[in-house]
Design a protein around this ligand. Structure first.
Ligand SMILES: NC(=O)c1ccc[n+]([C@@H]2O[C@H](COP(=O)([O-])OP(=O)(O)OC[C@H]3O[C@@H](n4cnc5c(N)ncnc54)[C@H](OP(=O)(O)O)[C@@H]3O)[C@@H](O)[C@H]2O)c1
Length: 295
């Protein structure tokens, strides 16, 4: 039996997007992946965030195509590989994504990283606008774009991005960037909403390491609502008009992560959580990240 759906918000172009998604990075393609996808669907997740780099884009498409849920009730997102920012390459990469997933349109397609050293993201965007106008993508977005990347995009774009997917959580609040996005009608989606994997994929300063989901302030606030620190971190995002995309391989935690719509945090609690920020970045710095293999 299916649980209640995660509620929708409306993007700046009027398209409905579930306020929270399910991240599939690190789930692989083995039995754990299929169990997690089944559990996410059963628990009312309808927004799925993948990328070619996660090496399960095709499997995500296959599960969603065959799960029995009408296509229009799903919100399927994937991303443009870093090596494909040239105009024709973007068109080809998008076509490859559709074929790989077995879909005839996407709900959200994003430029994965700005790759400023290539200087091609304006070109990629022009191709994405074409695909959007052709009805092949319902919303177009960017990911890891900082304010200066967005300002440069605004110089040439016809359509402002509908979303910007950023590393963001109570230890990395990136408040000025979130405000800038919101002022420009860009919905922020936050990756590493729970502080990221237990073993981060990229080097990070070990002396800086504190697991977000063990934070004492989150634990304390959680006690008031009978929620876990993870649920408080997700609710902090929701109450800041940010859309988290938590990943879990564990059906119990997949369920727990969606049980955040029966309470909201007070302005004082939100301020206390904001104060936890220490600009801790676990993922790559979008200003310098230049990995052409990643997409
Ligand atoms: N656009 C980008 O550049 C970019 C970059 C990175 C990630 N992403 C997206 O963001 C998604 C989320 O990122 P992420 O998976 O790396 O980090 P995350 O969602 O912040 O954290 C996932 C970790 O938290 C654990 N977890 C999940 N729910 C929990 C709970 N309720 N209590 C305690 N632990 C919990 C998971 O373990 P279990 O699995 O064992 O539950 C896993 O170790 C990715 O899957 C991907 O879709 C995007």
């Amino acid at each position: 039996m299916q649980n209640q759906l995660i509620p929708n918000i409306t993007l700046s172009n009027g398209v409905a997007m579930p306020v929270m998604g399910f991240g599939v990075a690190g789930l692989g393609t083995g039995p754990e992946f299929y169990t997690a996808m089944e559990s996410a669907l059963e628990n009312g997740y309808r927004f799925f965030d993948t990328a070619p780099f996660y090496e399960n884009e095709g499997e995500v498409g296959q599960v969603l195509r065959t799960c029995g849920i009408p296509r229009e009730e799903l919100f399927i997102a994937t991303k443009l590989p870093n090596a494909c920012h040239a105009y024709e390459d973007t068109l080809k990469a998008f076509d490859a994504a559709l074929k790989n997933m077995g879909l005839d349109y996407l709900d959200l397609y994003m430029i994965h990283f700005p790759m400023p050293m290539l200087g091609l993201y304006q070109e990629a965007w022009r191709a994405m606008e074409k695909l959007y106008h052709e009805g092949l993508i319902r919303a177009i977005g960017v990911s890891n774009f900082q304010e200066h990347h967005l300002n440069k995009l605004f110089e040439t774009c016809e359509i402002k991005p509908h979303t910007n997917e950023l590393e963001c959580n109570p230890y990395l609040t990136v408040r000025p960037l979130c405000n800038f996005c919101q002022d420009n009608g860009i919905r922020v989606i936050n990756w590493f909403p729970l502080g990221g994997p237990r073993e981060p994929l990229v080097p990070y300063p070990v002396s800086d390491f504190k697991p977000l989901i063990e934070d004492e302030v989150l634990v304390e606030i959680g006690k008031k609502y009978q929620k876990t620190p993870a649920q408080i971190a997700l609710r902090w995002a929701i109450d800041n008009q940010i859309s988290p995309i938590p990943k879990s391989a564990n059906p119990g935690r997949i369920r727990q992560n969606r049980e955040i719509f029966d309470f909201s945090l007070t302005p004082e609690e939100l301020a206390r959580i904001d104060a936890l920020n220490y600009d801790r970045r676990f993922g790559p710095d979008p200003n310098t990240f230049d990995d052409m293999e990643m997409g």
